[in-house]
Write a protein that binds this ligand. Structure first.
Ligand SMILES: [Zn+2]
Length: 283
């Protein structure tokens, strides 16, 4: 699943490729993937791309006609700019411009892409419920402290709860906890002030470094998850780069977390947990 750093870099590249381009044709290949639409896609034809923004894990394409297209990618979702007409079976939406175009694709049929076309006055529940964007200047230490105080859950759950912090997923949550030297099972109510400070610094550092790393990659390598520069996520069995201990995997219900016992849990190898009752996720 693409997370904030990949989508932030993709947003910049999409903006460069698409702003000013005139829409010649729009095709919805899988109409069932549409979460909500108040504007017929034909209304995009003739409009020009005005801007591309990112909100959490959502991309927002603005047009000079006043219409905005919101895209929330699923687990295997990708967004590409193409130069020739696309012929991919996993395409959900294509927007054809002169000599170029935008293709939104999804390979996982169980987690469809959410697409919404808005004229600017409507409200969408899944957008309104998004939490703080950790790349935003508003994501201050104080805001994080208040956010954690209101929840009494494992910190790993809060990091990936889009209603709390919008944009992170499993990969960068593992990396942030490693950077902050925190156990994934530690509950937010147990965090000491210095640990909240470390967590805030780790969120900012991991996201910033990931964006810098991804921006330096050639265009063709984005946005692909395997190009991430990760230290613990999906590194089970490898040596920790900081202490040479073996990276472990622990299961908390359906959540899989990689961590270093020496760096994060005082040397303790965590035992798997049974699924905890959870509220429906917001994407
Ligand atoms: Zn370590």
């Amino acid at each position: 699943m693409l997370e904030l750093p990949e989508l932030e870099v993709s947003k910049d590249r999409l903006r460069l490729a698409l702003v000013g381009k005139r829409v010649a044709a729009v095709e919805l290949h899988k109409p069932a993937a549409i979460e909500k639409t108040d504007v017929a896609t034909e209304k995009l034809i003739g409009a020009h791309f005005k801007n591309v923004n990112r909100i959490g894990r959502h991309l927002c394409f603005e047009f000079d006609s006043g219409v905005s297209l919101y895209v929330n990618l699923g687990r295997e979702g990708h967004v590409h700019v193409y130069e020739r007409a696309p012929a991919r079976l996993d395409a959900v939406l294509t927007i054809q411009c002169e000599k170029t175009g935008l293709r939104v694709s999804e390979q996982d049929s169980h987690r469809p892409v959410r697409i919404a076309l808005l004229t600017g006055t409507e409200e969408i529940e899944w957008l309104n419920r998004l939490g703080l964007d950790p790349a935003s200047p508003d994501f201050t230490l104080e805001r994080l402290r208040l956010l954690l105080e209101r929840r009494d859950r494992p910190v790993r759950h809060v990091l990936t709860d889009q209603r709390a912090i919008a944009g992170l997923g499993e990969a960068y949550a593992d990396e942030i906890l490693f950077e902050a030297r925190l156990s994934p099972f530690q509950t937010t109510s147990e965090l000491k002030p210095e640990e909240v400070l470390r967590l805030h610094a780790a969120i900012k550092k991991v996201i910033s470094l990931a964006i810098i790393y991804l921006k330096a990659l050639p265009k063709v390598e984005l946005p692909v998850e395997r190009n991430r520069n990760l230290k613990v996520h999906r590194c089970r069995g490898r040596q920790c780069h900081a202490c040479a201990s073996t990276i472990q995997l622990v299961r908390d219900g359906k959540i899989l977390t990689n961590y270093c016992p020496t760096c994060q849990t005082g040397g303790k190898v965590l035992e798997d947990r049974e699924p905890a009752p959870a509220k429906p996720p917001v994407q």
